[in-house]
Design a protein. Structure first.
Length: 153
């Protein structure tokens, strides 16, 4: 699967499609992604701002997918936990950017080199086009080398 094809499929995926979430870009090297959420009548909360569930959903699979692709087929990568801090009411389109760097991947490889699992927190800021922070989302990844995971089973 190419990043472009995954982007197209994700934009048709019902949880994203019906929440108004759009995947704008997934980097050709699988190291970045950009996601947008426009405020619509169907994704507003009771007071007319972005529904918190949609803000969290727009960030949901990206850390797992990007880290999984960055590490390769020898690793198991799962979302383990998550949390969101609402900073300001979202009254306009918001964006989330994800960037996986070598330091993150090298740290995970090092932590899992001897068969140990690694729990790593990754944070994303959801903000407006002007840079106003609307929410901070944290996702905890569970990572383990496949050979080590199979030996434990």
């Amino acid at each position: 699967m190419t990043p472009r094809r995954l982007r197209r499929l994700m934009n048709l995926w019902p949880p994203f499609l019906f929440a108004g979430i759009r995947v704008l870009d997934i980097g050709e090297d699988w190291r970045s992604a950009r996601v947008a959420l426009r405020l619509r009548w169907y994704n507003r909360n009771y007071v007319g701002t972005h529904f918190g569930g949609s803000l969290f959903a727009m960030t949901d699979p990206f850390w797992m997918i990007l880290v999984m692709r960055g590490l390769g087929r020898d690793y198991i990568v799962w979302d383990k936990a998550g949390g969101i801090e609402f900073v300001a009411p979202g009254r306009e389109a918001v964006y989330a950017d994800f960037r996986v760097d070598d330091a993150l991947l090298d740290g995970i490889r090092s932590a899992t080199a001897h068969g140990d699992k690694c729990l790593r927190w990754c944070e994303t800021v959801v903000c407006t086009a002007r840079g106003e922070v609307v929410a901070r989302v944290r996702k905890q990844l569970y990572v383990r080398r496949k050979a080590a995971a199979e030996a434990v089973s």
